[in-house]
Design a protein around this ligand. Structure first.
Ligand code: NAP
Length: 245
């Protein structure tokens, strides 16, 4: 396939470029600045319409304001759009939905397979323990812009769904305040180069159930974004960066 990666110079986008190369795709990139990733050509974002002319898909890990534009360009070109960017406001989500009227749009706050499984386990755990307190902690690298993470927001939605209620999201705690039954605590840490950690704590009845996920490299997000097909070639010995063919 001919893949265009938006945010190709970024922490995650560069992993997507590498993973797509390992799987034998033709890859080109766009970013705010033109700064090639090894042998993979990265063009300024303004050149995206030209690149989409013969693209099979656009994969995007940038920032919400750029992704809204990228979604519109993918829709114009009728190119399937895979977006991992997080931190969209309601208008941004509406733009993605609008793009989805014209072309397939796949949005996920977290492309790790383990996180998909975590969401199912959280749903089951919260539903099985309806009277237990729920607290969520997430940790990411110091360069992350949005807080809570998109994954944390997705987990909180799953908790609400399992409780069939909109729990009061309490962000950190300070001072004197007794915990209410209908609140869920949300604790956010930003430090170093942590790829992404999420822990859901369920506590009550003299016991604690802890459900957690930790990404050990950004390759897990890249692999999810370009497809988990185990039959796809993923030989880690293939050179990176790979030349554009
Ligand atoms: N869904 C998932 O599984 C998942 C996993 C990890 C991260 N994410 C999300 O992916 C996004 C990127 O994270 P990151 O850590 O990779 O960020 P990053 O390292 O800061 O990279 C951002 C990339 O976006 C480009 N960019 C920034 N502003 C732009 C603009 N206005 N127009 C075009 N390109 C622009 C940057 O280009 P320049 O270098 O030229 O500025 C860079 O290539 C975040 O929203 C993050 O939460 C999602």
């Amino acid at each position: 396939m001919n893949l265009v990666v938006a945010g190709a110079t970024g922490r995650t986008g560069s992993e997507v470029v590498a993973e797509a190369c390992r799987r034998g795709h033709d890859v080109s990139g766009v970013a705010r600045s033109a700064d090639d990733v090894g042998d993979v050509r990265v063009s300024p974002a303004g050149e995206l319409p030209d690149l989409l002319e013969d693209a099979d898909a656009l994969v995007d890990f940038t920032v919400p304001e750029a992704s809204r534009e990228h979604a519109a360009r993918a829709a114009d070109a009728g190119v399937p759009y895979v977006v991992g960017t997080t931190g969209f406001d309601d208008e941004g989500i509406a733009d993605l939905r609008e793009a989805g009227e014209a072309t397939p749009v796949l949005k996920a706050a977290n492309f790790a397979r383990g996180v998909r499984a975590l969401l199912e386990v959280v749903q089951a755990g919260v539903a099985a323990l309806p009277d237990y307190d729920v607290e969520l902690t997430e940790t990411h690298h110091s360069g992350k812009r949005d807080a809570p993470s998109g994954t944390a927001n997705t987990i909180l939605d799953v908790v609400d769904d399992a409780r069939d209620a909109a729990l009061d999201r309490t962000y950190g705690r300070e001072g004197e305040h007794e915990r209410d039954d209908d609140e869920v605590g949300v604790h956010i840490r930003r430090a170093g180069n942590v790829r992404g950690e999420h822990e859901v704590l369920l506590a009550g009845n003299d016991e604690v159930l802890s459900l957690s996920h930790r990404a050990e490299s950004r390759r897990v997000f890249a692999a999810g974004a370009v497809g988990q097909n185990p039959a796809a070639p993923t030989d880690p010995r293939l050179p990176f960066p790979c030349p554009r063919r």
